[in-house]
Ligand binder design. Structure first.
Ligand code: URA
Length: 437
């Protein structure tokens, strides 16, 4: 069936419900360039104001999935389910680096397609690019063999995976149409469903460092994703009102991952997130009878070193160093200047502007302002404090890693503005807020 692009836009503009045929026609047009950038922008704005009903959201998402290749694992003789997790993005969010090897060590297969940093949030792909030699764009054969032999492979989006989303997202990004739930739902799910999954766990973040700052918006997005997804999906709404783990910055987060997997450090918020998301995936994959058994299994593969072993094998299979776990300092970029940031008063950490802390990493050169910017993998923060911590004048809030003294000084000054200290002790916010399934 053929349509006129402008008639489809007009129908949505006027609040009509689009048919599956109209949606397919428009999305195929995005993928094969018969829809112009102006038409994509107008369509996105029409959806922004008029929304989409439940069926339109499903059709729209499926159409985006079908705009490119959908991975088929049936000829690989895998003896376990194919599972993945996606996060809406945060600061210090290194969870995927631990989660994929943990789930693989428990018997799942995780073909994780990850993205670059967006705005103030860090991207998993940028963290892997901090590992010298790691090839995040392997050919299809190497990717599939790595998933089969090791259990997980974390790579970047290929050209043929949901190509309509690639074009659509680029236009949304510059036309104020990113923050629209039907569009976010389709955009996230199209890339994940194209992995050929049996189950998906979504980490929908809320709080000062999340895109969905407000809990009600996060709940709406979580519910939309669960309703639209064509595979078993659980969305977990988690706190993003403070830095996750001890570090923010690409090489620093890889170092923290190695420390976590080898049992050297285990920041409690990070650990609760990793445990919860992994346990949920293990329940989905029927590896355990319930959530508590999932938590026990996660801790077992951390304690017996199996998760660390899987991470090491994945890095090596994808071209990274064979001895990264033993000698991270030999490979991970180190900043010239590493200095403590001391508080100006005593008390307790009350609140953080996590978004601005993430922007601090971008300003140090650890993220991009423009798509074409190069990243300085060495910069960021380590030993970051958390809400409820006691603050003393001789105890650093964090360490800044920078490559010029000017940048270090500016970051130190700014960080003091982004962390509020109160006189009264405070409890850290609940990490896991709501589970939607
Ligand atoms: N991440 C995506 O991949 N798409 C969106 O629309 C928003 C965040």
């Amino acid at each position: 069936m053929t349509f006129l692009n402008q008639e489809i836009i007009k129908n949505k503009r006027d609040g009509k419900v689009l048919s599956q045929a109209e949606i397919d026609f428009f999305i195929q047009g995005i993928a094969n360039n018969t829809v112009s950038e102006g038409q994509i922008a107008a369509f996105a704005m029409a959806v922004f104001f008029q929304g989409m009903n439940a069926q339109e959201r499903i059709d729209f998402t499926q159409s985006m999935v079908n705009s490119g290749d959908v991975m088929d694992w049936s000829d690989m003789n895998l003896n376990g389910p194919i599972l993945d997790k996606h996060s809406t993005g945060g600061v210090g969010d290194k969870i995927s680096l631990m989660l994929a090897p943990i789930v693989a060590a428990c018997g799942g297969y995780v073909p994780m397609i990850s993205g670059r940093g967006l705005g103030h949030t860090g991207g998993t792909l940028d963290k892997f690019d901090a590992i010298p030699g790691y090839n995040a764009t392997p050919d299809n054969t190497l990717f599939r063999q790595t998933v089969k032999n090791i259990g997980c492979a974390i790579i970047g989006q290929t050209d043929n995976l949901a190509p309509a989303d690639k074009r659509f997202y680029a236009t949304r990004d510059i036309t104020a149409t990113v923050d629209c739930i039907p569009l976010i739902t389709a955009s996230i799910l199209s890339k994940k469903l194209a992995e050929g999954l049996d189950g998906l766990v979504m980490d929908v973040k809320t709080g000062s460092g999340a895109f969905m700052e407000n809990l009600d918006d996060a709940k709406e997005l979580a519910q939309a994703i669960v309703d639209v997804s064509s595979v078993k999906t659980t969305a977990i709404i988690t706190d993003m009102s403070q830095v996750i783990g001890y570090s923010a910055g690409n090489a620093l987060e890889v170092a923290e991952t190695i420390d976590y997997l080898t049992g050297k450090t285990q920041e409690p918020i990070l650990h609760e997130l990793v445990e919860t998301l992994c346990a949920q995936m293990l329940v989905q994959g029927r590896f355990v009878k319930d959530f508590d058994a999932g938590i026990a299994k996660v801790n077992a593969v951390l304690a017996n070193g199996k998760a660390a072993e899987v991470f090491a094998k994945m890095v090596s299979a994808l071209g990274g160093p064979n001895d990264l776990m033993e000698n991270p300092d030999k490979y991970l970029a180190k900043a010239n200047i590493i200095q403590p940031i001391y508080p100006l008063q005593t008390g307790y950490i009350a609140e953080m502007n996590t978004r601005m802390i993430g922007m601090g990493v971008v300003e140090l050169g650890g993220g991009r302002r423009m798509v074409t910017d190069a990243i300085d993998y060495s910069v960021g923060f380590s030993q970051f404090c958390h809400i409820g911590d006691k603050v003393e004048l001789d105890k650093p809030l964090a360490f800044v890693h920078a490559n010029t003294q000017e940048q270090a000084d500016k970051t130190k000054k700014n960080l003091l503005k982004y962390i509020n200290v109160s006189e009264q002790p405070l409890l850290s916010p609940k990490v896991i807020k709501v589970i939607v399934s």
